[in-house]
Write a protein that binds this ligand. Sequence first.
Ligand SMILES: CC(=O)SCCNC(=O)CCNC(=O)[C@H](O)C(C)(C)COP(=O)(O)OP(=O)(O)OC[C@H]1O[C@@H](n2cnc3c(N)ncnc32)[C@H](O)[C@@H]1OP(=O)(O)O
Length: 396
Amino acid sequence: MTVALHRATADDLPAMATTDGRAFGIDYSEQDLTDLRLILDPDRFVLARDGGGGEVVGVAGSFPFEITPPGGVPITAEGVTWVSVAATHRRRGILRSMMGELHSGYAGAGTPLAVLAASEGGIYGRFGYGVATASRDVEIDRARAVLRADVPDPAGVRFADTEEVRERVPAIHRRWCAVQPGALSRPPRWWEFALLDRPHQRRGGTSRFHLLHADGYVGYRLDSGVCRVVDFFAVTEEARLALWRVLLRMDLVRTITTEAVADDDPLRWLLTDARAVRTTGVADGVWARVLDTPAVLAARRYAVEVDVVLQVDDPDGYAGGRFRVRGGPDGAECAPTEAAADLCLDVPALGAVAFGGTRAHTLARAGRLSADAPEVLGRFDAACAADREPYAGTHF
Ligand SMILES: CC(=O)SCCNC(=O)CCNC(=O)[C@H](O)C(C)(C)COP(=O)(O)OP(=O)(O)OC[C@H]1O[C@@H](n2cnc3c(N)ncnc32)[C@H](O)[C@@H]1OP(=O)(O)O
């Protein structure tokens, strides 16, 4: 049986949705398809068609994003998504051929990075992806979450309606992305889609309520004594504190749950009892696949001055080679070199270390990175650290 790859067209969306729905257990309605047309560019998707009947047996594609490296300039990235192969056609290399097609297209277009959220942890390492950000489920016992007496009350939070969110919040989100390593950008049509707030997006809770501050935003739902925070970003610590204060004052709410804050959110340190905030789950967040090593390593800033030669191993060829990275807190450059390597690592390890969420020391202990000398490893480790835990803030 032969299978051929094609670029999708707008007419293919129903067949794509059928394939995706069978894999993920989703019944897409006509309304869903209309909504999806807001965010889904068919020409960013490849389809695998069975040579016999011509039906779609595989789908993979991407959304366009930018992702912020530590301290640096946002990097253009394709966010790989909607990956599925029909159960009748699995383990015959269809995913491998679709990933090859997508990656060569991204590299040909000069896109330096691909990112994704993985359904299973065992699939994407072989395609060069490493875990760049973490995702955490947090549960706050509201009655126990008392702010210390010396914590100020910056105020400045009010409720907003959807129209005001549409007008004002995307600009706040852009400012937040600029200061948050790992943050994924949201194009205007992403907001349009999210703010449709269809009943199936609510998972039994209310529609989205909006808390607005000049420098921050919270979107939440109420669900039988639980406040589910679905979106939380603050450009300043003052805005963050003001938003937390309002959430903690929600009478009739027993528990606040969220996946929408990084684990290094300072809330614990503002409370009289840090145990009021519990991490109930930790998982990989965004996986990153470097396609252009110099572009990615020069886009970020380094915590201390570093001058090092990296040997990157990439069996697919995109990111591999030897590169000299020179940088510090004010800027960086990275270019191919013939000089001897100080450090060797594989391409998934590069994706993990590039955003500061995984330490070079940890990768070395796992045998994924090796250094000529311990002091070089120590220097590289210190240079790659980020001042905040990398966190994406957008699910896709
Ligand atoms: C970013 C996202 O959208 S994540 C969503 C991924 N999709 C899903 O989880 C939906 C359900 N699963 C599926 O549709 C399919 O099983 C897929 C897409 C995961 C795999 O598709 P297939 O066409 O069967 O994969 P293919 O035959 O190309 O396998 C390529 C390699 O990946 C491996 N592989 C495939 N699926 C898995 C898996 N679930 N776990 C571990 N390894 C896997 C294969 O063994 C093969 O290994 P190799 O390197 O030794 O050759």
